[in-house]
Write a protein that binds this ligand. Structure first.
Ligand code: NAP
Length: 245
């Protein structure tokens, strides 16, 4: 019998797979971004209530295979997925998207956490943050000599020292070039997310000779099968999806 899949998503690669899944399967979102209404599979939204809640969902919904296609920095849900799948005796497959690598001449500096990032930012005046929501917590502590630009999914008022751009990727090279030129950033602050959707900013930083401060990737758990790209994961699913429903 064909296994019932629970797909943990929240990134474009997951949505692309969810679009190809049929009605028995479940696509799960944390609820921070857009919720698609045109999928053939079932869609559920919101946290499960920790590992215990996820375990309960897997048992009550008779899930046979867990797919972790969450963002590489979404370490909590990935840890829960791997642990709960193991306890439930079902396989967990994951997309483990490789990070970006610097090219010769790039000045990329890895920082472990916010305190290290704060220290590394000291020489700069006009940083561009593409880290998600975390910098919002530090808007009141922006040094007098700095002006921050943050790009996030949701709108936020910002303040005298910070401008918030609400926008969602993918971002193309031309648009990124125009943004960097208009805002005159002197450093880019980013996660090392990998993938093509948000890579153009690194090319523009390179063209403009700007340093890049990269937040280190979190440790992710070992899983039954890990894939570097969504297409290989999709191909590996095919024999299972062909089994009788
Ligand atoms: P996280 O720290 O690993 O997860 C926090 C909590 O959010 C989890 O414990 C879980 O709540 C809930 N959650 C996360 N993904 C879920 C899913 N697919 N379905 C149901 N509940 C989910 O993750 P995060 O960094 O806050 O990211 C949240 C979501 O945004 C993820 O789906 C991720 O793929 C997406 N996202 C994250 C980033 C990023 O930079 N972190 C970027 C783009 C998209 P319970 O413990 O209650 O189950």
């Amino acid at each position: 019998m064909s296994p019932r899949i629970l797909l943990l998503g929240g990134v474009g690669d997951a949505l692309a797979i969810a679009r190809r899944l049929g009605p028995p399967h479940v696509y799960s979102l944390a609820g921070l971004g857009k919720v698609p209404s045109d999928l053939a599979c079932q869609v559920r939204v919101g946290g499960f209530g920790g590992a215990a809640g996820l375990a309960q969902f897997i048992a009550s919904e008779n899930i046979d295979l867990l797919l972790d296609i969450t963002h590489p920095y979404a370490a909590q849900i990935s840890a829960n997925a791997a642990r709960v799948a193991q306890l439930a005796g079902i396989p967990c497959w994951a997309l483990r998207r490789p990070g970006w690598n610097p090219q010769p001449g790039d000045d990329w500096r890895e920082v472990a956490d916010w305190p290290e990032l704060h220290a590394a930012l000291a020489p700069f005046r006009r940083p561009f943050f593409t880290l998600g929501r975390e910098p919002l917590e530090h808007l009141d502590a922006i040094p007098a000599e700095q002006f921050w630009t943050l790009r996030l999914l949701d709108a936020h008022p910002g303040n005298q020292r910070a401008r918030i751009i609400a926008n969602r990727g993918p971002f193309d090279l031309q648009g990124e070039r125009e943004l960097f030129a208009a805002a005159n950033f002197d450093v880019l602050v980013s996660k090392n997310s990998g993938g093509a959707a948000t890579e153009a900013k690194l090319q523009v930083a390179r063209e403009r000779g700007l340093p890049v401060l990269l937040l280190a990737r979190p440790e992710l758990p070992a899983v039954e099968r890990a894939f570097a790209d969504p297409e290989s994961l999709w191909q590996a699913l095919q024999p299972l999806l062909r089994e009788t429903p």
